[in-house]
Design a protein around this ligand. Sequence first.
Ligand SMILES: Cc1cc2nc3c(=O)[nH]c(=O)nc-3n(C[C@H](O)[C@H](O)[C@H](O)COP(=O)(O)OP(=O)(O)OC[C@H]3O[C@@H](n4cnc5c(N)ncnc54)[C@H](O)[C@@H]3O)c2cc1C
Length: 383
Amino acid sequence: MLVLEKRERPGIKILISGGGHCNVTTTLAPREAEAQFGLGAGRFLRQAIRATPPERIRSWLREFGVETFEAEFDKVWPVSRRAKDVVDALASRARLAGAQFRFGAAVQAVRATPDSWRLNLEDASTVDARFVVLATGGLSYPKTGTTGDGYRWLRELGVAIEEPRPALAPLRVDDPWVHALSGLTLEHVECQLREATGRIAWRRRRPVLFTHKGLSGPGAMDASARLEREPGRYRFHVDLCPDQDEAWLREELFTGTGQLDARIARLCGVPRRLATAIALRVSPGVAPSEVPKGQRTALIAELRGLAFDVRGSLGFSQAEVTTGGVQLDQVDPRTMELRDHPGLYVTGELLDVDGPIGGFSFLAAFATGALAGRSAANVNRQP
Ligand SMILES: Cc1cc2nc3c(=O)[nH]c(=O)nc-3n(C[C@H](O)[C@H](O)[C@H](O)COP(=O)(O)OP(=O)(O)OC[C@H]3O[C@@H](n4cnc5c(N)ncnc54)[C@H](O)[C@@H]3O)c2cc1C
């Protein structure tokens, strides 16, 4: 088995993942993990994740001396907190299985020959192979080497590709009041995507961070794929006090004297700076019990779903993954082989699968990669 890698070392994305610590997988059981990818993609990934569940990924690493631990939000990290240990373990594992690595080997084209596949490399050499597993990643963080080459080759072969777009990316919001709160984090909030009717189409309890360009943090980034795929369909909201009863909130918020922003901060558990910004927008300079009735309703609505005018994401340069890619009906989920191109397998971010932050991207990449490799090896052994 030959691994062709355009960069000078393996696993660059793993090295920079999780801030250099690598959130390598999830603690969730296969069924729950697959559900994180949504209905269609989850069903597509079922066999791959069953064959390589999160527990298996942890045992791969353990066999090479990399212990892992479970942390908040169902995340799994190496005990050493060093992504490099994960890369070294996986590379050792691949070498032990017979893989040879060729670095600085940029593939330029993948073409069918009568009985195999021909890869044209940048240095004008070629490699012929009966089985080719494409694992060239998506378009995110292109400076790491993932420049969407795989999509181009597959398009040339007539494979249907869902338009690749940035995902798990910070959101761009142009409102000055948002920028003014840069650096502020909301920990215990619920992020929501609401349709024009008010229906909540998506919700997730994850922290949000205000930045000088808009919003970041897992809650905002998890929403980015849907906002990118269907621009204009949803509005991004943050429920600042998802655990509070609305009637109780109304009662507590508008009785007595004192300052409205201090009351908001205490009852909702949000930073005072944000509470002040909200109070100023709704009822500037008014004591809690003097807030007019109509404004009370507006204020409660803000607290239970602060709305942001999101102008898309900050793009591929800051997106952790790509949404879109090879349409799933083109691929056999039992093997990862392209249905119309025997011997050509597609894995990881090249596929139209993307999950939330939490080790799910690696789970999908490792599980589909392992399935493709195993399937190609099995066919290879057949007479
Ligand atoms: C900043 C950041 C942090 C992340 N953190 C996490 C995290 O903590 N947990 C998590 O689960 N996911 C995380 N991800 C996402 C995760 O890294 C990717 O989803 C995953 O690496 C995708 O795996 P892949 O095998 O599909 O592609 P990649 O890991 O992107 O690998 C593709 C490889 O193909 C090579 N290549 C590309 N084109 C060619 C060519 N023409 N010829 C030869 N080689 C080529 C590239 O150099 C690259 O090494 C993070 C991503 C980023 C950008």
